[in-house]
Design a protein around this ligand. Sequence first.
Ligand code: ASP
Length: 335
Amino acid sequence: MTYDNIKNESYARADITPPGGNPFPHKHLLGIWGLDPAEIKYLLDCADHYADSNRQSGKNTKTLAGLTQINLFFENSTRTLMSFEIAGKRLGMDTISMSTSTSSIKKGETLLDTALTLNAMRPDVLVIRHGDSGAVELLSRKVDCAVINAGDGRHEHPTQALLDALTIRRRKGHLNGLTVAICGDVTHSRVARSNIWLLSAMGARVRLVAPPTLLPVNATSMGVEVYHDMTAGLAGADVVMMLRLQQERMSGAFLPSLREYYKFWGLTHEKLSVAKDDVLVMHPGPMNRGVEIASDVADDIDRSAIQEQVEMGVSVRMACLDILTRKQREEEVGP
Ligand code: ASP
């Protein structure tokens, strides 16, 4: 099944309005699957604008002043949580992050009751991260405000894929026609899934490079090329995206040892030498240096875009907050 087939199914399944006059007619951002290429481009163009303004003084605006954003993270996060906070604040929002370790979740309150409680406080945007795939979509059906998926289980992490795409587009000038190798623990990675949908939709050629134990069983039906060897998978690549080994999601033995994993699958300069000369190295973080990537590759200022990915994270999240609250802001101001 290709992205186009899957996309049409997704509209029906998620009850999402197909694209029409409004450049982004969705109430929530739950995943990349189901988004039209024009909608993805619209998000990226808006984020690109914020990326430029974020590099200038006077980057704080009052565009979203008076709106409330609640970040509800049931899983640990550094980059995503911080950048959503900064994004909201930079746009003038009242931004609150709820710590699940000090909330009533510890007293046994269910996920749904927590969401309904927060909903009663009338936030304008809820940003949710949860360990279960599908949990964010479930909550989005129960609340009135816009919901952004900040990562649900191994399902999707749409803002990560958008910031990856923005980083690539700003470096390479386009996404169409690029060969992108996504390497490592694909099975447990929501980042991989969102990137597969986004990059395929935008015309890039996606390769998955991993041992069979770390590839989903349906990998070949995702419209990607599959490689079980780093040399073959990285040959001629424009972009190499490394993934973290998600040991917290592994139940059972997926690999013999970390040392052996690094030997065969860890990204070193030697393995990278078969890629294009101007190859871009990426990693969503957090990195396990010496496991999936060598330190000197991660820190190679000519090739690594890892810090730029973090920078683009703020811009992408500003764009998402801006776009998802536009309709409501227009209604409040009136014609
Ligand atoms: N930070 C990314 C995520 O939340 C990648 C990772 O954790 O490996 O999915």
